[in-house]
Design a protein around this ligand. Structure first.
Ligand code: BEZ
Ligand code: MG
Length: 541
């Protein structure tokens, strides 16, 4: 390796280390009804102060001032902190606005009416409404314990969400192009309800950008239509997209479902060459192949049957109730093959079974994608990412006869980051599951904390099952950290032997299904540990 290459490699490594070091992670669970501790509050202030907030007239504190300024704020108050940052050259007005915002957050964090509100809700009494979002994104979610109201779906996507999403869509396509030498003709997107509430529709806006259309407001300022950007303006082809929306999204964002469907149908009918408009290209091919109508060939928005939710892929994985991986993708399609939108006669399509249309649409997909918008909930925290993004990717693999490229965005950091699924699993594992700061934070919660650690490992396993996206070292290090370290094993055994046993079993399953190439010694040790935990659970030991 020559010295230029070596320097480039070292720099790449340095960037990866920074990525891991700077990643924000939750360090423990919220305890219902308990206000956050002083230490947690200081961390939160630091995070809130690291972002520009034009809506509050606030600019991010420079990194070198952050610790001192927040320390001063916590110990001596807003006035002293304002003076301190002014001495470092920050404008008075901006400093004042920032610490007024933090003071407001501090006051609201000290009151916690969660239990009282719950009791009142159970009595059927009125609960004051409040917005739902990530605290760092929108401190107005405080105080907690209010009735989270959603959003006006006609306001989605907001102007800010639409503007922010251009760069995400461009980066996503550039990432694919850098790896494949061309744009993907079709992508599958997952859209969730809560995420689009929190971001005022960033996921929706990204979908519109991929199609090359912009939202159009009517005389009542409601987003009810779309207009195509010109191909010159777009500077690239329009990408065909297959959208799977959650049941929650379908219920909360009914006008948005209509908007997305309308966007696809508009693009399908533009008089443009096939190499610049993959939606039209594929719709025309489908019409030719099946002698079907444009209405049938342009179905792209899918969800559950009315009244149903979820893919069940997570339950099938967690219960080990499957033999071949393709069953997981088939289950995804069975649950999600219901079309929503409106046909060319203006008739509503409200959850019409459209399995064949979904099979066809997925058969052209070359990349799958989901937007991640929060520091708190990532790929391994819940089973929903793998049930959706993993489920659709597995469904694509069989129908397109090739594994799709799988991407996630990180739209909360200041610069947009697109990562492959494998990169994201590694990052999540290093910053959460295997990070002592994270797991010690969990272990403080005793029984529940061990269950969380086991959940993370099982959710990671879900990415093996649906996408083969987990490196061997991850399982090896999980075994080393939690089960082969004797004092750690003792702690887990004392706090929650059920979850410790489940963890050992999951690792054995990972090996049994070919996801983890472990040596025979490790496997023997794991079986011993599993057996002894089982004895303990059965009261034999
Ligand atoms: C949603 O907000 O749409 C959602 C929430 C949890 C799991 C899946 C989807
Ligand atoms: Mg492997």
């Amino acid at each position: 390796m020559d010295s230029t290459k070596r320097d480039a490699r070292v720099f790449e490594l340095y960037e990866q280390l920074l990525d891991i070091e700077q990643r924000l992670i939750p360090t423990g669970l919220h305890v219902f009804g308990r206000p956050s501790s002083a230490g947690e509050q200081a961390d939160l202030f630091r995070m809130i102060a690291s972002f520009d907030r034009p809506e509050h007239g606030v600019r991010a504190l420079p990194a070198e001032l952050l610790d001192d300024a927040i320390g001063e704020f916590v110990s001596r108050g807003a006035k002293a902190a304002t003076e301190l940052v002014q001495r470092h050259g920050l404008e008075e007005e901006i400093a004042r606005s920032l610490f007024a915002l933090l003071e407001n957050v501090r006051t609201k964090l000290q009151t916690n009416t969660e239990i009282d509100s719950l009791v009142r809700a159970l009595r059927g009494e009125f609960i004051e409404p409040g917005p739902g979002a990530d605290i760092i994104q929108n401190p107005d979610v405080l105080p907690t314990g209010r009735n989270t109201h959603a959003i006006n779906p006609y306001s989605v996507p907001s102007a800010v969400a639409f503007a922010r999403s251009e760069l995400v869509a461009t980066s996503l396509l550039e990432r694919y192009r850098s790896e494949n030498g061309r744009y993907p003709e079709a992508m599958a997107l997952v859209l969730w309800g809560l995420d689009n509430i929190k971001t005022q529709g960033e996921g929706v806006a990204q979908a519109l950008w991929l199609l090359g259309v912009r939202p159009v407001r009517d005389a009542l300022n409601r987003t009810t239509s779309v207009a195509a950007m010109s191909l010159e303006e777009l500077g690239r082809p329009r990408i065909d997209i297959v959208m799977t929306v959650s049941g929650i999204f379908r219920d909360l964002f009914s006008p948005t479902v209509q908007l997305l469907d309308k966007a696809v149908r508009l693009v399908a009918q533009l008089d443009e060459p096939p190499e610049s408009n993959y939606v039209r290209k594929h719709v025309m091919e489908q019409i030719e192949q099946d002698a079907c109508t444009l209405d049938e060939a342009a179905v792209r928005v899918f969800s559950n049957a009315p009244g149903n939710y979820g893919t069940n892929v997570n339950f099938m994985v967690m219960d080990s109730q499957w033999e071949r991986e393709e069953t997981l993708g088939d289950l995804f399609v069975t649950r999600k093959c219901f079309a929503y939108g409106r046909d060319s006669q203006g008739r509503a399509i409200e959850g019409r079974e459209a399995r064949l249309a979904m099979d066809h649409a997925l058969s052209r997909v070359e990349a799958t994608y989901q937007n991640i918008d929060t520091f708190e909930i990532g790929l391994t925290d819940v089973d929903h990412y793998f049930e959706y993004l993993g489920g659709v990717s597995k469904a694509v693999e069989k129908r397109a006869r090739a594994k799709p490229a799988i991407y996630l965005s990180d739209s909360l950091s200041r610069e947009v980051k697109i990562r492959s699924l494998e990169e994201t699993v590694r990052l999540e594992t290093r910053t959460k599951t295997l990070n002592p700061k994270w797991y010690e934070g969990m272990l403080k919660h005793g029984f529940r904390g061990v269950a969380e650690i086991e959940n993370h490992v099982s959710n990671t396993f879900g990415w093996s099952a649906t996408a083969d996206a987990v490196d061997d070292w991850i399982y090896t290090e999980v075994a080393n950290t939690f089960l082969f370290d004797e004092s750690m094993l003792e702690r887990l055994r004392d706090l929650n032997p059920h979850s410790a046993h489940a963890l050992a079993q999951r690792l054995l399953e990972a090996n049994g299904r070919g996801y983890w190439d472990a040596d025979t010694e490790a496997l023997a040790k794991l079986r011993d540990i599993s057996r002894s935990l089982e004895d303990q659970l059965e009261g034999v030991a």
